[in-house]
Structures are given as structure tokens and as C-alpha cells.
Design a protein around this ligand. Structure first.
Ligand code: HEM
Length: 375
């Protein structure tokens, strides 16, 4: 290995960038860039990542710089140059803080979410939570689902019931002919310290005691709030081109989908500038939520209203009857609940404060090498 490459590399590490290093060495910035590329190729490792106009050293670069600085004389540096190939990657430390401190504030903080996205997101969180809880209260009034236009009590597609056995009350959940004992959670659970027969337990319904009329009032209020909020989000999303810019994956992004799945399974998320965009799995999940699950939930909800049915009977035809609409409404709500669980886990594992800050204030910290992206 040519020792001049190492000299240039150290000059860049000790300067604010390539231009300053080139000035110190009395060569052109282009010459320094060429040598840095050549060094990285020779070592089969990435030495710098570009963030805006700055070069951020990778852990391998930090390790190499430490070795070269420790060597102290030309002979030792030459020896390092001959030995170093391939030994930089394993166990390399993160770049120390002072390297990151050279990233200017304007490039470190990225405005990730616009105001309307943030406000509508949090209103949606409140609406969805209360809709789910009041919806389960309404479901408890008749905890069974059917296909078609009417309730065929003998043949539900899904039911949550209680029956008396020798050992007392047993909760039984049946899904398309398969039954499970769900005592304690579904079918039979405790309410005010007393074992009682109810579909979903009291801690997840609003109100907690069985009260269909109040549950309906909460449900309809937050359903209309959700619709209004959704319309504002949709109008803003179209006007700002948020949907095609941020949510619609490009062909190239779709091509990386399996790599993204692999990275997610290993809990590895994009860092730095790469974290500016949602990854392809996030994009597909958000598209599914925004354009399939929420519209489906709203439309099937409307189909269950006799008033709306008389004005728009096509809805009943579209969904194959009121009971099928209720079944689809339940499946869409369950899918959204599943999405929220995964969504929250990803927020937790990928940098909870950075994600929450960005969804509250808009600002996302790209500069911290440990900051990551969420799904
Ligand atoms: C306390 C609960 C929640 C937290 C902490 C939370 C957090 C977040 C965060 C941090 C993001 C931004 C992700 C990023 O920048 O990569 C986000 C986006 C999003 N969240 Fe949530 N979320 C919550 C609940 C929900 C719920 C209940 C839904 C819908 C059922 C939802 C749907 C979405 C969608 C669709 C986006 C993308 C929005 C857009 O860019 O248009 N979230 N959430």
C-alpha cells in the first residue's frame, strides 16, 4: 500500500473535510478524494459516509486512524499499511463524539414530519384508541359475527361465549369452527372483582361495565371525528404530494424489499441520511392502513347504519349484507390493532425518543450515529 494514501487519510481525519486537508497537504481536493477512494477499495471497507456536504468517518476509519496515530513513525506506519487489509471491520468502535460534533446543526437536524401530518396523526391515535375500546363494548352486546344479511344464531363465523362446566364458568372463543378455551380474557373475565360472562374484558372496553347506549355514543362521536380528521389528512396529503413523495415506494425501493425484511428481522435500521425516507416496509404498511383499512372500516361502519342504508342501498350490495359488513368491520379493526402493536414495537426498538420527538416537534436527529428509522 502507498503510504501517501494513509497520509491523506489522516489529514482528512484531522481536518474539517477534504478541501481543508488538501490545503494542508498542498494538493488538489480531487487528488485527495481519489486517494481516499483507492484506500477504501484496497481495504475493502467503507471509510467515510457522506452526510450533506460533510464526510463522516465510519468505525473502520476510526480504527485505522487510531492504529496509524499510535504507530508514530514511518516504518511502523508502512508496516500497518501492509498488515491492515481486511482486519478493520470486526469489532470496530463507533466514531467518537468529537467527529459527530463536526456535523453542522443544519445538517444534523432534519424536519421529518410536516405540521398537518403530526397533528392529524395524534388526533387519529386518540380517535382510534377510543373507537377500539367503545367498539368492543358494542361487540359485547352480541359477541358473535355472521356472514350474510341476518344473524344465523346456530352458525356464527366467530363467537365468544360462556358456558357452565363442573369447574364453573368457562370462556370459549370459536373462529370458523375451531374452539379455544379463553377463560379469564374472552368469554369469562372478572368485572369489579367478580367473575362474569362477557365477550371482551372490562379493562379494554369503554365504559368498563356493560352499557351499550354509552358505548355507542362514544363510538359515533369519535367515528365522525376520525372521518373529519381523515379528510383533513387526505386533503393535505394530496395538496403537498405527501402520498406520492413519501408513501409511494419507487421501483428501486420495491426491488430491495427482501433485503429490508432481512434487515428488519435483524433489527438493523437505516442511519444518517438514509433514514430521511420511510423504508419500503413502512411505506407499504402506511399505504395499507391509510388507503385500505381505514376506508374499509369507515365504509363498513356506514353500511351498518339503517339511515345511511336507505340513502345508499348500494353499500349493502357491495358488502354482501349488514352482517358481512359487521364481520369485515371487525376484521379491519383487528388488523389495525395488529398494525398498531407492530408499529409501537418498531418505535420502541428503533430509537424511541428520536421517533417520538420527530412525530411531536417534526425534528429528527440524523447526526447521532445510533439514531435509526422506524416501521
Ligand atoms: C401511541 C401510539 C403511537 C405512536 C407512539 C406512534 C408513533 C409514530 C411515529 C413516531 C411515526 C413516524 C414514523 C417515522 O418517522 O418513521 C408514526 C407514523 C405513522 N403512524 Fe403512528 N403512532 C402511534 C399510533 C398510531 C395509530 C393508532 C395509527 C393508526 C391506526 C398510526 C398510524 C401511523 C401512520 C399511518 C403513520 C405515517 C403517517 C404519514 O407519514 O402520513 N399510528 N407513528
Amino acid at each position: 500500500m502507498d503510504i501517501h494514501k494513509l497520509e491523506m487519510f489522516i489529514a482528512v481525519m484531522d481536518s474539517a473535510g477534504v478541501t481543508e486537508a488538501a490545503g494542508k497537504l498542498g494538493v488538489s481536493p480531487g487528488a485527495v478524494s481519489v486517494q481516499l477512494h483507492a484506500l477504501a477499495n484496497e481495504l475493502h471497507t467503507e471509510l467515510f459516509r457522506r452526510m450533506g456536504k460533510r464526510l463522516i468517518p465510519t468505525p473502520s476509519a476510526v480504527r485505522l486512524a487510531e492504529r496509524v496515530n499510535l504507530a508514530g513513525n514511518v516504518a511502523a506506519i508502512e508496516e500497518i499499511a501492509n498488515r491492515v487489509n481486511g482486519s478493520l471491520a470486526g469489532g470496530a468502535p463507533e466514531p467518537p463524539e468529537h467527529y459527530m460534533a463536526t456535523v453542522p446543526t443544519s445538517e444534523r437536524w432534519y424536519r421529518r414530519h410536516a405540521g398537518p401530518a403530526r397533528v392529524t396523526h395524534w388526533i387519529n391515535v386518540v380517535c382510534f384508541t377510543l373507537l377500539l375500546m367503545s367498539g368492543l363494548q358494542i361487540f359485547n352486546a352480541h359477541p358473535a359475527l355472521y356472514v350474510g344479511d341476518r344473524s344465523d344464531f346456530d352458525r356464527p363465523a366467530m363467537s365468544i361465549r360462556a358456558h357452565l362446566s363442573e369447574n364453573g364458568l368457562v370462556g370459549e372463543t370459536m373462529i370458523v369452527g375451531h374452539s379455544f378455551d379463553t377463560t379469564g380474557v374472552l368469554g369469562v373475565s372478572s368485572e369489579d372483582g367478580q367473575v362474569s360472562s362477557r365477550g371482551f374484558p372490562s379493562w379494554i372496553t369503554i365504559p368498563s361495565n356493560q352499557d351499550l347506549a354509552t358505548g355507542r355514543r362514544w363510538h359515533f362521536f369519535f367515528a365522525w371525528l376520525l372521518v373529519l380528521n381523515g379528510l383533513v389528512y387526505f386533503a393535505w396529503g394530496c395538496a403537498s404530494r405527501h402520498f406520492d413523495r413519501d408513501l409511494l415506494p419507487s421501483r428501486a425501493e420495491l426491488g430491495h424489499i427482501w433485503r429490508e425484511v432481512f434487515e428488519h428481522l435483524h433489527l438493523r435500521f437505516p442511519r444518517g441520511a438514509a433514514a430521511k425516507r420511510y423504508n419500503v416496509l413502512q411505506q407499504l404498511a402506511y399505504l395499507l392502513v391509510v388507503f385500505v383499512l381505514f376506508p374499509l372500516m369507515i365504509l363498513t361502519g356506514l353500511t351498518m347504519s339503517p339511515g345511511i342504508d336507505s340513502a345508499m342501498p348500494q353499500l349493502l350490495t357491495l358488502f354482501g349484507g349488514r352482517q358481512t359488513a359487521r364481520l369485515i368491520h371487525f376484521i379491519a379493526a383487528s388488523s389495525l390493532a395488529l398494525f398498531v402493536i407492530v408499529h409501537l414495537v418498531m418505535v420502541l426498538v428503533s430509537g424511541v425518543w428520536n421517533n417520538l420527538r420527530s412525530m411531536i416537534t417534526g425534528w429528527y436527529d440524523l447526526g447521532n450515529p445510533r439514531t435509526t428509522d422506524v416501521a
